[in-house]
Design a binder for this molecule. Structure first.
Ligand code: ATP
Ligand code: MG
Length: 149
C-alpha cells in the first residue's frame, strides 16, 4: 500500500510530527483516517522507538471503544498510520462547544472509557494520556480511545 492507494481529503487534525487526513481507499471505497508522519522529524527528535511502540500496541488491541489501527506503510518521506475514522472528532471539542454534557451522555462516555481501560489493563498496557483530546467519537456516538504514542 502507498499514498497512491487512497483519495486523500481534508485535514482533520494536527500532531507533533504531521497531520491527520480523512481518506478513501480507492478500490473498496472504505473511509479511514491517515496519520501522516514526517520520518525526518521523527528521527530529529529520536521518536522512532515511541512510534514503534504506538504501532505494536495499537495493532494488537481489539475493542469497540479503542480506535483501530488498521495498518501502516512508509515511503522515503512519510510514515503513515491507517486508522479507523472517528467522524465526530474529539470529545474536547464537544465539551468546548456545549460547556457540559447531559448526565446520560456523560455516563455513557464514562462507561465506555472504563470498559476500554479495563480491557487494555488486562493486556498490561497503560495509556498515559487519557484526556478529552484523545477520546474520539464515531458516527454512532461511541467513544474511541486514540493516540497510544
Ligand atoms: P502525537 O501525540 O503522536 O504527537 P498527536 O497527539 O498530535 O500525535 P493524534 O492525537 O493521534 O496525534 O491526532 C491528532 C488529532 O487528529 C486528534 O486529536 C484528532 O482531532 C484528529 N484525529 C486523529 N485520528 C483521528 C481519527 N482516526 N478520526 C478522526 N480524527 C482523528
Ligand atoms: Mg493527541
Amino acid at each position: 500500500m502507498s499514498l497512491k492507494s487512497f483519495d486523500i481529503g481534508h485535514g482533520i487534525g494536527k500532531g507533533q510530527f504531521g497531520r491527520v487526513y480523512i481518506a478513501r481507499k480507492k478500490i473498496s471505497g472504505y473511509i479511514v483516517a491517515l496519520k501522516v508522519l514526517s520520518i525526518g522529524e521523527l528521527i530529529k527528535v529520536n521518536a522512532e522507538r515511541q512510534l514503534r511502540r504506538e504501532v505494536e500496541i495499537q495493532m494488537n488491541l481489539r475493542h469497540p471503544n479503542i480506535l483501530r489501527l488498521l495498518g501502516y506503510f512508509q515511503d522515503d518521506i512519510y510514515f503513515v498510520l491507517i486508522l479507523e475514522y472517528a467522524a465526530k472528532g474529539e470529545l474536547y471539542k464537544q465539551l468546548v462547544k456545549s460547556g457540559r454534557l447531559k448526565e446520560k451522555k456523560a455516563s455513557r462516555y464514562i462507561a465506555q472509557t472504563a470498559r476500554a481501560l479495563s480491557y487494555i489493563y488486562q493486556k498490561h498496557v497503560i495509556h498515559r494520556g487519557i484526556k478529552p483530546e484523545n477520546l474520539l467519537i464515531d458516527l454512532n456516538n461511541e467513544i474511541k480511545i486514540a493516540d497510544f504514542g
